[in-house]
Design a protein around this ligand. Structure first.
Ligand code: NDP
Length: 291
């Protein structure tokens, strides 16, 4: 059984990005710049923004954080987006969701310049993804596909079962696996909360990709002997036996599922580290298209 080391692969990708940045510096070019917009004081959002800043530093990008109070009006926020759209030094930016209720998320996303939409939320970028002409890929599906590629997991001709159909994970991931492309060419089944016989469908997968947000729901019974399992879920579960008082787990019951697999991603250390790395890759792609 092979444990797919997402942490190591993410480091590999980050080193490749950092080398390119060093080359641009030698050529006296500017370095890529990623901005993040955040409304309010949510603790989890702040942690995420902190890890964006850290990742940017690691690869040599510059970053800026635009923090707004909860009371910002929709108009003021849209104006702030216009400012980033016009700012030539900003190659890409993310908007931390959810936004306060008085700000329309749809309006906000539609306002983002698709060329700077490194989270790939804009309808134009989602449409391009659907057409196989993507300029950006949503970070988690991108990370999943890149991880599979670099770990030598081929989807070509295989039956991939994707459990979860969210717009940011399950749906785009299924699309990419079905795409006529070197990392695609799979026969794909998408499952969700209304799927009948979920266990049987999952157990027919050569590659089972799980993004359901249900801690350790996928047990050994859902998995075919010799399958590859990609666990996208991430949860913090209270656990008094741990020093921190919690443990991190995925949507897959790792210990029992791993016994049956040819390959599996752990949580933490699987898809997770690839997500942030792919946000860096998207920023690099936005920069490269401009320079
Ligand atoms: P959503 O809650 O948006 O979507 C969950 C999907 O799973 C839905 O399609 C839902 O079905 C389906 N689902 C929920 N319960 C079941 C069930 N019992 N049986 C079958 N299907 C079910 O979650 P996300 O897509 O945003 O995230 C999924 C997981 O991935 C989460 O654990 C999240 O924390 C993790 N995640 C990890 C990231 C990373 O970097 N590693 C990044 C983003 C997410 P229905 O549509 O019918 O409601």
């Amino acid at each position: 059984m092979k444990i797919i080391d997402g942490k190591k692969i993410a480091e590999e990708v980050k080193n490749e990005i950092a080398k390119k940045v060093q080359q641009w510096i030698k050529e006296e070019k500017p370095v890529p710049h990623l901005a993040a917009m955040i409304v309010g004081e949510d603790g989890a959002s702040k942690t995420y923004i902190g890890s964006i800043e850290r990742s940017c530093r690691e690869v040599g990008f510059t970053s800026s954080i635009y923090q707004y109070p909860e009371t910002i009006t929709e108009k003021e926020f849209l104006d702030a987006i216009d400012f980033l759209n016009r700012d030539d030094e900003v190659d890409g930016y993310i908007i931390q969701l959810p936004l306060p209720k008085h700000i329309s998320t749809e309006k906000v996303i539609a306002h983002v310049d698709p060329k700077k939409d490194v989270d790939c939320f804009h309808p134009i970028n989602n449409g391009k993804l659907f057409l196989g002409e993507a300029e950006f890929l949503p970070a988690t599906p991108y990370g999943t596909i890149e991880l599979m590629k670099r770990a030598g997991i081929e989807a070509n001709g295989k039956h991939c079962v994707v459990v979860g159909r969210s717009n940011i994970v399950g749906k785009p991931l299924a699309m990419l696996l079905a795409e006529k492309s070197p990392q695609g060419n799979a026969t794909v089944t998408i499952c969700h909360s209304r799927t009948k016989n979920l266990k049987e469908v999952c157990a027919s997968a050569d590659i089972l990709l799980v993004a359901i947000g249900q801690p350790e729901m996928i047990t050994a019974e859902y998995v075919k002997e010799g399958a590859t399992v990609i666990d996208i879920g991430i949860h913090r579960i209270p656990d008094n036996s741990k020093e921190k008082g919690y443990r991190i787990c995925g949507d897959v019951k790792y210990d029992e599922v791993a016994q049956k697999c040819e390959a599996i991603t752990p949580v933490p250390g699987g898809v997770g580290p690839m997500t942030m790395t792919c946000l860096m890759l998207n920023t690099m792609h936005a920069y490269e298209r401009k320079h």
